[in-house]
Design a protein around this ligand. Structure first.
Ligand SMILES: Nc1nc2c([nH]c(=O)n2[C@@H]2O[C@H](COP(=O)(O)OP(=O)(O)OP(=O)(O)O)[C@@H](O)[C@H]2O)c(=O)[nH]1
Length: 131
């Protein structure tokens, strides 16, 4: 099982989404930025490292949401989402095709990686319950 951590980074009522590039698996689909955990790394360390590597920004994970398991044709992943603070830096697209700061209302309009669909739903529920 491949463990993948991803960040739900919020700022001014919007959330950061990234679009996978032509070169990546699940190409052109939208996701929460992140990546595979490396051996010996904690989830927090892996998430901070991945976001720095692919977007050049600093984030601080603070709340773990329920992981989602998803079978892709050649591998199964467990996707572990963290609500995260944006701690600074300017976004550079070092691996992705595009990024957006989307409002919760807009999230349903994106073509998501299949593993993310349940995470988007859980996030929307959380936003609703915050009032
Ligand atoms: N980062 C990220 N990956 C996701 C999400 N949803 C999802 O299904 N995935 C899948 O999880 C896997 C993560 O791979 P990745 O390519 O982003 O990670 P990485 O940078 O560590 O991989 P690499 O070193 O093999 O290129 C891919 O199969 C990707 O499609 C998501 O929200 N964020």
């Amino acid at each position: 099982m491949i463990e993948v951590v991803c960040a739900i980074v919020e700022q001014h009522g919007r959330v950061l989404l990234t679009q996978r590039s032509e070169q990546m698996r699940e190409s052109m689909l939208w996701e929460f930025p992140g990546g595979k955990l490396e051996a010996g790394e904690t989830e927090h360390q892996g998430l901070v490292r991945e976001i720095k590597e692919e977007l050049g920004i600093d984030v601080q994970p603070y709340h773990r949401l329920d992981p989602v398991q998803h079978p892709y044709p050649n591998h199964t992943i467990v996707l572990i989402p963290y609500l995260s603070h944006y701690n600074g830096g300017v976004i550079s697209l070092l691996e992705h095709r595009a990024y957006r700061w989307a409002t919760p209302d807009e999230l349903a309009d994106f073509n998501w990686c299949p593993a993310d669909v349940l995470i988007v739903e859980a996030y929307l529920e959380l936003v609703k319950n915050r009032g």
